[in-house]
Design a protein around this ligand. Structure first.
Ligand code: ADP
Ligand code: ADP
Length: 230
């Protein structure tokens, strides 16, 4: 199992907007850790930095002891975005979106091998989306899309899974299902970081909690973090 270590991270956007300042924290290996903070507190910015989508202005991030660039080459991190990161204004099936977890966006013409097909089907099964595999991604509801993106992360076999607000716009049954799946993934040795506003559910299933608002305000077991803050 892999940890994530963030050291003195600062991110300034090109419009001089300071999104993160001197943020340091560790996501312990094999835990489900909640990343909690108000809108605009820098949660997505931290995720994008850990994924290597964004170059920090200052500071370092390591995943399993490797720099983000090396960890990215080994596909150690998988990301479940808050909403669509692209406009699906071209026809693409749920199956193909999940296959992107194997091949990325630019290689859809590559021929999948049997392991790829098996992982895609297993991942669709685990999120309960197997019957939707022929549907166009653009036709799905928000909650169904979230499950498809989660299946894509599973197909990628990332050891570290980052989920950006997975419970927004999702019904109670699906939320429960996603939580059960995250618990299973933790048992399988994944390290999971979940950003959320849903403090009630954080208390039920997150081992640890990190409170963020431009910088790290608190970090520890979920009980510790909430008793200190409240
Ligand atoms: P959160 O995910 O917690 O809502 P974000 O990381 O999205 O927070 O945003 C943190 C801050 O950085 C906000 O003030 C936001 O307006 C700003 N920000 C985010 N993305 C960009 C961007 N691409 N360009 C400029 N400012 C941005
Ligand atoms: P097998 O390994 O049994 O030959 P696959 O694993 O490729 O078959 O596919 C299993 C199921 O997924 C089949 O029912 C097939 O119709 C469906 N499937 C395969 N490729 C696609 C695709 N590109 N889009 C949608 N469904 C697909």
């Amino acid at each position: 199992t892999l940890n994530i270590s963030v050291n003195n991270l600062s991110v300034t956007y090109s419009n001089a907007k300071l999104a993160l300042y001197n943020a340091s924290c560790t996501v312990e290996p094999g835990t489900i850790t909640a990343l909690v903070g108000p809108n605009g507190s820098g949660k997505s910015t931290l995720f994008k930095s850990i994924m290597g989508f964004l170059k920090p202005t200052q500071g370092q991030i390591h995943v399993g002891g490797l720099t983000v660039q090396k960890a990215q080459k080994k596909q150690l991190m998988a990301y479940v975005p808050q909403s669509d990161e692209v406009d699906w204004n071209f026809p693409v099936s749920v199956y193909d979106v999940v296959m992107m977890g194997r091949y990325g966006y630019m290689n859809l013409l590559r021929i999948p091998g049997s392991k790829d097909r098996r992982l895609v089907m297993e991942s669709l099964e685990r999120v309960g989306m197997i019957d939707f595999r022929h549907h166009q991604i653009g036709e799905l509801s928000g909650g169904q899309k979230k499950r498809a993106f989660l299946a894509r992360a599973l197909a990628q076999e990332g050891k570290v899974i980052l989920l950006d607000e997975p419970f927004t716009g999702v019904d109670v049954k699906t939320e429960k299902r996603i939580i059960d799946l995250l618990i299973q993934l933790r048992e399988e040795g994944h390290t999971i970081l979940v950003s959320t506003h849903d403090l009630a559910s954080v208390l039920t299933f997150c081992d640890r909690t990190i409170l963020l608002n431009q910088t790290i305000l608190a970090s520890g077991t979920t009980e510790e973090t909430f008793t200190e803050e409240n």
